[in-house]
Each structure stands twice: as C-alpha cells, then as structure tokens.
Design a protein around this ligand. Structure first.
Ligand code: CMX
Length: 133
C-alpha cells in the first residue's frame, strides 16, 4: 500500500458540513461529486498529502444512510492508495480478508475502489483505491 489516500466521513447534511469545514480548513472543497453507483454526494478537501471526503446519501437503504442512522456523523472509512487494485484484492483475499467489490468498481474522484468488510478488519471499514490514469 502506498499511503492513506483519504479519510471518509459520513454526514447528514453535506452543505452544512462544507460550510463548517471550509471555515475550519480555511479553504473550499476542491471537488463536489455525485457517485450514483454508491448513492452518495461527496465533497473533497485536500489537506497536505491526504484528503478528507465527506459523504451524504439521500437513499435510505444505502451504506452511508444506514451508517448515519446508526452512528450519526462519523469516520466511515479509511482509504489506502494501491498501485494495482486487482493484485491487492487477490493477495488480501488469500490472506482471508472479506472483499466487498471483486472486481473493483468505479468510485469517486476518478478511482477504482473496493472495500474490506469491517468484520474481517477488527471493525474498521477499509477502502482500497487505484487512481485511473
Ligand atoms: N465501519 C465499521 N463498521 C461498520 C461500518 C463502517 N463504516 N458500516 C457497517 N459496519 C458494521 C455495523 O456496525 C454492523 O456491525 P455489527 O454486526 O457488529 O452490529 C455490521 O457492519 C453490519 O452493518 P449494517 O448496518 O447491517 O450494514 P450492512 O451489513 O448492510 O453493510 C457494509 C455493511 C460494510 C458491507 C456496507 O456498508 C458496504 O458494502 N460498504 C462498502 C460500500 C460503501 O461503504 N459505500 C459508501 C462509500 C462510497 C465512497 O467512498 O464513494
């Protein structure tokens, strides 16, 4: 794995959080994007080498809505950049981790993504992402 690419935070009201964190970080999100396949609206802030992704969903049965209903807002996942996502999926599957999307799918910010199920990672939802060139 190359680095922590971003930290995903699930929120109820993206606009409100964008306003709040624009003041906190003293910068605006560099990107806002709808990812239909995940039923989320996202915004990204660049903080040095890493990013903070805020995720809001308007679909009650989506991963983010379920998470927000259970936990309110909070850190939802940590995303690690990898050079070759299919190689990492195969390696981690061989190590006994539960892969959520195999093969990887297209996610936000021009990336191929997959997740490791939190039941196989001691309770942390881990995303793997590979930048599409
Ligand atoms: N972090 C840690 N644990 C989590 C979690 C999270 N983000 N989301 C769910 N869980 C835990 C729950 O607490 C619950 O644990 P217990 O059984 O101990 O109570 C268990 O997982 C099942 O929770 P659930 O609410 O019933 O949710 P599901 O099983 O339906 O789904 C998961 C859980 C991880 C499979 C689903 O959220 C998923 O597929 N996630 C990957 C996709 C995703 O998160 N997309 C949104 C982000 C997209 C993006 O970044 O663009």
């Amino acid at each position: 794995m190359i680095r922590v690419e971003h930290i995903g935070i699930a929120v109820k009201d993206l606009k409100k959080v964008n306003d709040l964190y624009s003041r906190l970080f003293n910068q605006s999100p560099y990107k806002e994007e709808r990812v239909a396949s995940e039923a989320v609206n996202t915004s990204f802030f660049q903080i040095g080498e890493t990013k903070i992704e805020f995720l809001e969903s308007d679909q009650p049965d989506s991963a983010i809505s379920k998470y927000v209903d259970k936990n309110r807002s909070g850190i939802h996942h940590i995303a690690f950049e990898v050079a070759d996502i299919q190689l990492e999926i195969d390696r981690l599957k061989g190590e006994g981790f539960v892969i959520i999307y195999n093969p990887a799918k297209l996610g936000a910010d021009n990336k191929l993504i997959t997740f490791l199920h939190p039941k196989s990672t001691n309770g942390v939802l881990i995303e793997l992402c590979q930048e599409l060139k």
